[in-house]
Design a binder for this molecule. Structure first.
Ligand code: ZN
Length: 164
């Protein structure tokens, strides 16, 4: 495994659309393993392949010490809304309020190509939405309602290692 370089700010790769994965091989597994190592080292709780310069539809995230790997994820259902504070490993130091669906259903493949689906809510839903946006070249800064000042961030109790 190896740490990959996280692309930040105006890096053009962050604005490109990622391509579907059709080979579930060792190279993909290496990417997934590297992404997990890179995410935990950052530290963060989510990472999409374009954030390490790879334009493939691959995302990972960790909620409650469970690592999720999703290849070719597609959100097929959304319901309700929630507003939570988000930060992004590719936009260091900025945190803001973002509106997302409260509940989602996502269809995806695992690292071996098996088709799966997940119904998710709260933080897990936020992670899937934030990371799948990365696959479209979108950042939370595109839809942020308002940024938080350092003081507001401290008062919010948001952990600074929860960037995605
Ligand atoms: Zn992000």
């Amino acid at each position: 495994m190896a740490l990959r370089n996280i692309r930040i700010n105006e890096d053009p790769v962050l604005r490109k659309k990622a391509k579907k994965v059709d080979r579930f091989n060792k190279r993909l597994h290496g990417l997934l393993d590297d992404m997990a190592e890179t995410m935990y080292a950052a530290p963060g709780i989510g990472l999409a392949a374009p954030q390490v310069g790879i334009l493939k539809r691959v995302i990972i995230f960790d909620v409650n010490d469970q690592l999720f790997e999703m290849i070719n994820p597609v959100i097929t259902e959304t319901e309700g809304e929630q507003i939570d504070i988000e930060g992004c490993l590719s936009v260091p130091g900025k945190y803001g309020r973002v509106q997302r669906p409260e509940n989602i259903k996502v269809e995806y493949q695992d690292r071996n190509g098996e088709k799966l689906s997940l119904e998710a809510e709260s933080l897990t839903a936020v992670c899937v939405c934030h990371e799948t946006d990365h696959l479209e070249g979108k950042l939370f800064t595109d839809i942020v309602i308002e940024y938080l000042t350092q003081e507001e961030l401290e008062e919010s109790g948001k952990e600074l290692d929860e960037a995605l």
